[in-house]
Ligand binder design. Structure first.
Ligand code: ADP
Length: 550
């Protein structure tokens, strides 16, 4: 890490490290009665307060210390969004150890690889993941024990594991007589591996400082805009990029928190939204699809839901319009990545933009948006030279900031920065007002006759067709143009549309040569562990696809 010179005249303000434990301490002291409501893996609804959460987090921290966990040690979690997972967020990081959150939807071999790579000492897991744990345990040599997040009554009578512990017993046996330690704010706090679509996953190792700064910044009105007046339901999982930082930013502002647990289907989510009067939520587009389908099929409306942040992959404009116009929910399109903690940009309008005609406003809101203070970005050509901010020129998107990684855990991948900037792997435009729009991931971009075609734009148009439920576009080999776009479509249940009709639907909406050469109808698209469409799988699936040659 670079060192900076000291001034001969240093400021005279208190020096307090920015530590994660400060957040839960603050939530307890100033918002102690605010509720945390969880749908549990056990099936019921659990409720308690920030004061209860703080108490149990300290009990867990004390138990971990008794189990020999020291500063810098890694403790893993494989768990849904719920109060016990939240306790682990605070107990593990707050005590100076590192919480390694693991995505249960990955293959057991990938999970075992990450546990070994991280050298996890304990693994905390939700009880429905016991089969995964039993499968990986023999391959995890560093793990001293597996802690099942439940009470004694749910522990298995017999298990293949000889080092299985009961979470509630650990808590019960431990007092809350525990003081959060104070240490350097640059100490590691949590670890999240990228999905690793190519090669092994690589770890982003966050620090207390990066997490606290991200929490402050992301809570701002032009970011996630959360406050004590909100009831927040993070749909985005706590096992992927710390649920976009909500387990930190929500207690920081004292808002009520609602955790959906494993029940992520439209019906269960809708019930929780209504019962708990949720005002704000955040998640990837695929999750809203399930919720919106359920709400539409049952002719329902939302009585409290006011605002949602959608990101992780491009939010189709048709989805934005449905949420906004049909249900009165404000949609904020956001962009970020594991390596950025994750928030980089969010799309909200300035006063000047808010006065524009409806179409112009909509066009801006479809972009991934404006940086939040702390993040700096630029687009560059393949020669590394910065490109203009004209909203048209696209290039490789680079970022920097105090919550952007400087290198991967254990220096996997070597020196990843380019002149102090992190290359995101995304291709984007930036307009004169600094609003960024992703055109593609660089590995998904279609290169036709040396020119680039944005798959996101082709997908967004397809998804604005009333018969299209989901669409994804990939490049397929072409004898003359190298690659041409193939659009793969899932139709809405009961809806009909022909190839020709869909191709015609592009007329006048894009340059003629961007129009997909062919359309394939499928029952479902391959979705990865973080709810995103797996284009590498699709490319594999359609590698022999013969395009009609005009
Ligand atoms: P992974 O673990 O899949 O690499 P992340 O969850 O960190 O990923 O995903 C980061 C990537 O997701 C970004 O680099 C970008 O390609 C994509 N992404 C995130 N938000 C958006 C968005 N709003 N629009 C388009 N793409 C997005």
């Amino acid at each position: 890490m670079p060192q900076y010179p000291e001034s001969p005249l240093m400021g005279q303000m208190m020096s307090q490290p920015l530590l994660i434990s400060n957040i839960i301490r603050h939530a307890d002291r100033y918002y102690g009665k605010s509720e945390i409501v969880s749908r549990r893996v056990e099936g019921d609804i659990h409720r308690y307060t920030y004061t209860d959460c703080h108490k149990r987090s300290r009990q867990l921290a004390k138990a971990l210390a008794n189990m020999g966990i020291k500063m810098g040690d890694r403790v893993a979690s494989i768990a849904w969004n719920g109060y016990r997972h939240l306790e682990a967020y605070y107990a593990v990081s707050g005590s100076g150890a590192v919480l390694h959150t693991i995505n249960p939807r990955l293959f057991p071999e990938q999970i075992a690889y990450m546990v070994n790579h991280a050298e996890d000492q304990y693994v905390l897991f939700d009880m429905n993941f016991l089969p995964i744990i039993e499968a990986i345990a023999p391959h995890c040599s560093t793990v001293k024990g597996f802690v099942m997040l439940c009470g004694r009554e749910h522990m298995p009578a017999a298990s293949k594991l000889d080092n299985l512990l009961c979470y509630e017993e650990l808590i019960a046996a431990s007092s809350d007589d525990y003081e959060w330690p104070q240490f350097d704010e640059n100490s590691a706090s949590s670890l999240c591996y990228t999905s690793g679509t190519t090669g092994h996953p690589k770890g982003a190792l966050y620090s207390h400082r990066s997490t606290l700064l991200h929490s402050y910044a992301s809570a701002m009105p032009d970011g996630l805009n959360v406050s004590a007046r909100d009831t927040v339901l993070p749909v985005v999982p706590m096992f992927h990029v710390n649920a976009w930082g909500l387990p930190y930013s929500v207690p920081l502002v004292g808002a009520k928190m609602v955790f959906p647990g494993p029940a992520m289907d439209g019906k269960s989510l809708y019930e929780l939204f209504e019962q708990e009067q949720v005002t704000f939520s955040a998640g990837v587009p695929t999750i809203w699809m399930g919720l919106l389908t359920y709400v539409a099929q049952n002719n329902l409306t939302f009585s409290s839901f006011k605002r949602t942040v959608i990101g992780g992959s491009a939010c189709p404009p048709s989805m934005m319009k449905t949420l906004r116009h049909q249900y009165g929910i404000e949609v904020v399109h956001a962009w970020g990545m594991t390596e950025m903690s994750p928030l980089g940009t969010a799309c909200t309008l300035s006063v000047r933009q808010a006065a524009l005609p409806e179409d112009a406003k909509q066009a801006i809101l479809e972009k991934q948006g404006h940086v939040i203070f702390g993040v700096d970005m630029k687009i560059v050509g393949d020669d590394g030279r910065e490109l203009p901010w004209d909203g048209k020129t696209y290039g490789n998107l680079l970022v920097k900031g105090p919550w952007v990684i400087s290198s991967y855990f254990k220096d996997e991948g070597g020196d990843v920065l380019e002149d102090g900037w992190f290359p995101t792997g995304d291709v984007a435009t930036i307009d004169a007002d600094g609003y960024m729009q992703i055109t593609d991931r660089s590995k998904d971009v279609i290169k036709s006759g040396g020119e680039w075609i944005s798959t996101i734009e082709l997908e967004n148009i397809a998804m604005s067709h009333p018969a299209v439920q989901q669409a994804a576009c990939i490049g397929v080999l072409h004898p003359k143009w190298d690659e041409r776009p193939l659009l793969v479509v899932v139709k809405k249940p009961g809806a009909e549309v022909s190839k020709e009709e869909l191709i015609q639907f592009y007329d006048g909406k894009i340059a003629k040569w961007w129009t997909p050469d062919d359309i394939a109808f499928v029952e479902a698209l391959p979705i990865g562990a973080t709810g995103k469409i797996l284009k590498n799988k699709m490319r594999e699936q359609f590698k022999d696809h013969k395009l009609p040659i005009a």
